[in-house]
Design a protein around this ligand. Structure first.
Ligand code: PLP
Length: 460
């Protein structure tokens, strides 16, 4: 098909929203390691996980073998309000860079939550409702997940309790108000409303909180209130499963025009958008049908893949959550105070960790000033104001396109544009004022986090 025929935006019709999620684990020879009980270090079964998580979500979490899982009609109906999301050919960016590379991005910021997180939030709220629960609890950092979940809970009439990392609660009052507008109850974490919160405050008075603390509080509230369960917006297998809609739609759109990407790039916080975007393509690679280069992009200030250890670790600071085997910096790791670009979780999806460990994927760490430089370059030619998280992927997409300019290769690059950055203007302000700095943790800094890794029998 001739090049000219590819439009700026490849839209799909409503009927082309996937009917099934794709479960990448079904095609993995080496499955991701199971979640362990932090007390006994034995794999957790469905019944044990069901104390914390919704039943159906537990079934999805543990399912390593079913390749396609039906998306319930109620969830597809909600998807129809903001999906299919556009796949954009970045003609203007290509021209500005003077590259022979062809660049595409899948834009997930076209909804009020401003990110891809809504794809999983609506699924998780649906299963909670179906189980007859009263509500769900969760944590949020910058606020995208809390916003997405509050929208989903409002839609299904569920109570939503969000523990928001205190520093974000104070610095991002608008995010907080969006959540409250959708009916969520938002508490700054650590708080005095939970015993783990009180313990953390006693040990670290004046702390501004972390995702790990907020997770501990949310889990405590879910497990001590009948009719509540805890939900998580990234990292878990179930979340990657729901996010496979991103990759499935992208593949359908590209297939229509006979386009096969050579390089697929995504930012990686806990791994959900990246896992979702690459899912169907990685499936082909795992089955030996096609080959692609996959690149995970993370902040140099929170480098789980590139400098972390592949080990069992806690997902939270309070050490009450299951242990997950993943690339991790240790549950005590907190990125330096000047870090502004998001993607600050200490660990990484165990599915992606296994794929990375087995050599199916690469990872790159990038510094935040170069990320914001890429964000501005992109905003000025493509129009969209990108989230700082998404801009990690933009950085590496631009780097790859510039490499093509040198070599003359006409590679096709696909990257995930996960969201918009309207609530991140304080970070943009720092960059515009020239006061944003880069901090790369030293080996000694990282050693402190590694020392907190739990000893798990049979692991090194
Ligand atoms: C949460 C978030 C991310 C990172 O989370 P993943 O689970 O790694 O996808 C990336 N981009 C945006 C806009 C987000 O809100």
């Amino acid at each position: 098909m001739s090049e000219k025929k590819i439009p700026y935006k490849i839209y799909l019709s409503e009927n082309e929203i996937p009917e099934k999620w794709y479960n990448l684990r079904a095609d993995m020879k080496n499955k991701p390691a199971p979640l362990l009980d932090p007390g006994t270090c034995k794999p957790l079964n469905a019944e044990q996980l069901g104390v914390v998580f919704c039943e159906e979500l537990v079934a999805q979490e543990l399912d390593d073998t079913t390749p396609y899982i039906e998306i319930p009609e109620e969830i597809r109906d909600f998807y129809k309000m903001y999906r299919p999301s556009p796949l954009v050919r970045a003609y203007c960016l290509e021209k500005a860079l003077g590259t022979p590379a062809k660049i595409y991005y899948k834009f997930e910021g076209n909804n009020t939550s401003g990110s891809h997180k809504l794809n999983s939030a609506i699924a998780q709220a649906y299963y909670a409702k179906k189980q007859g629960l009263k509500g769900v609890t969760t944590e949020t950092g910058a606020g995208q997940w809390g916003t997405a979940l509050s929208m989903a809970c409002a839609y299904f009439g569920l109570d939503c309790k969000v523990f928001m990392v205190k520093v974000s609660y104070e610095q991002k009052p608008f995010r907080r108000e969006v959540m409250r507008t959708y009916g969520a109850d938002v508490t700054p974490s650590p708080s005095t409303t939970t015993s783990i919160g009180r313990k953390i405050l006693e040990a670290h008075p004046g702390t501004t909180g972390s995702l790990g603390c907020a997770i501990s509080e949310a889990v405590e509230v879910a497990t001590s209130n009948p009719g509540y369960r805890y939900v998580l917006g990234s990292v878990l297998n179930q979340v990657l499963l729901h996010q496979s809609v991103i990759g499935l739609e992208a593949k359908t759109a590209l297939d229509k025009y006979g386009v096969k990407p050579d390089v697929i790039i995504g930012c990686a916080g806990g791994g959900s958008n990246l896992g979702g975007l690459i899912a169907p393509f990685m499936g082909e690679k795992l089955r030996g049908e096609k080959d692609y280069q996959f690149i995970a992009v993370e902040p140099a200030s929170c480098p789980s893949f590139t400098r972390g250890k592949f080990a069992y670790d806690f997902c939270d600071t309070g050490m009450i959550c299951p242990l997950a085997k993943m690339y991790t910096l240790g549950s005590g790791f907190i990125p330096s105070a000047n870090h502004a670009g998001g993607l600050r979780f200490h660990g990484m999806s165990s599915t992606l960790s296994q794929l990375y460990h087995d050599g199916f994927m690469e990872a790159r760490a990038v510094e935040q000033t170069s990320v914001f430089a890429a964000a501005e370059q992109f905003a000025r030619v493509e129009g969209i104001l990108p989230a700082p998280e998404s801009s990690h992927a933009i950085r590496v997409a631009i780097d790859e396109a510039l490499k093509c300019k040198e070599t003359g290769e006409e590679k096709t690059i696909l990257f995930g544009l996960t969201g918009t950055g309207y609530f991140d203007m304080v970070a943009y302000e720092k960059y515009n004022d020239g006061v944003m700095s880069d901090y790369i943790p030293t080996d000694e800094d990282l050693e402190v986090g590694f020392r907190g890794l739990p000893a798990v029998p049979g692991q090194d």
